[in-house]
Design a protein around this ligand. Structure first.
Ligand SMILES: C[S@@+](CC[C@H](N)C(=O)[O-])C[C@H]1O[C@@H](n2cnc3c(N)ncnc32)[C@H](O)[C@@H]1O
Length: 269
């Protein structure tokens, strides 16, 4: 099949053009940019059939290609980690606005998954020490592979543990966290593709608020005196999360994403 015809067929799955090009670059094993000059190249029919069968099974494109771009870098992903979302880049932006030129920061990325947030920050802020914490050993493995891919060898620590039961013996300057925040009721309405992502990466008890309650209550044991927390939140959770912060005698500020949805809550004492 010609690449041109492949891209036409991908359109039938209602995917953005960029996803078709990404799949084509995966099949042809060429860069995303080079695909555009290969429209009339013949591509392997077996690989094409395999990709269409995965798309029919609602496998997300990032799991098919095994990669996803986040903040300008390509992360390895598989079905054991959440696919990094573009909205999460807002959290990274907010951290960099405040800390890009600081040195020697102790930072923890709680619920680190692929490492998208923590490993990005490590490459954007010089000399920080990063801890990645996730309950899933397979997610930790992927984040280690990503660190290796980005040649990050020093100043990184991995903790495989349940944050809900975790009592830290170390305090941090910055806590980063994109926790699972979808309620069990909302989960039922998610698209089939999203349901291919690990359920533990998506859902949280207490109407989606469980992790905010737990982690904010640990502010004094997780944060140094001038410590700060950055959370991603669901679009309808800002008021609830701010209230949880206030109940813990903390101040909270909400930042919107580019679609003007509430997206990040920044908390300090
Ligand atoms: C929404 S994903 C975020 C992944 C990554 N930080 C990102 O932004 O793409 C949430 C992550 O939390 C992890 N997780 C779920 N329950 C947890 C728990 N009790 N303790 C620690 N990590 C947990 C999941 O394994 C998953 O990797």
């Amino acid at each position: 099949m010609l690449l041109y015809d492949f891209l036409k067929k991908v359109e039938e799955f209602n995917l953005p053009v960029s996803f078709g090009l990404d799949l084509a670059s995966y099949i042809l094993n060429v860069s995303y940019e080079d695909v555009k000059s290969l429209y009339y190249t013949d591509i392997d029919d077996n690989k094409v059939e395999q990709v269409f069968s995965q798309l029919k099974d609602h496998i997300p494109v990032a799991y098919i290609t095994g990669r996803k771009e986040f903040y300008g870098r390509e992360f390895l992903v598989d079905e054991n980690v959440l696919i990094p979302r573009v909205e999460t880049e807002i959290l990274v932006e907010e951290v960099l606005k405040r800390y890009k030129n600081h040195g020697n920061l102790d930072i923890i990325d709680i619920c680190s998954g692929s490492g998208a947030i923590g490993l990005t920050i490590m490459q954007e802020i010089a000399n920080c020490h990063m801890t990645l914490l996730d309950i899933s050993p397979k997610a930790i493995d992927i984040s280690k592979k990503n660190a290796e891919k980005f040649n990050i060898k020093n100043n990184i620590e991995y903790i495989c543990d349940d944050i809900l039961l975790y009592t830290s013996d170390k305090k941090y300057d910055i806590v980063l966290c994109n926790p699972p925040y979808i309620s069990f009721e909302e989960y039922a309405w998610l698209e089939e593709e999203v349901k291919k992502e690990p359920v533990i990466a998506l859902t949280a008890g207490d109407n989606g608020l469980l992790f905010y309650k737990n982690i904010l209550s640990k502010f004094p044991i997780l944060c140094k005196n001038s410590g700060i927390m950055f959370f991603e939140i669901g679009a309808a959770q800002a008021d609830d999360v701010k209230k949880i912060a206030e109940n813990n005698n903390l101040y909270a500020e909400c930042i919107k994403d580019y679609s003007l949805n509430d997206r990040v809550i920044i908390v300090h004492s």
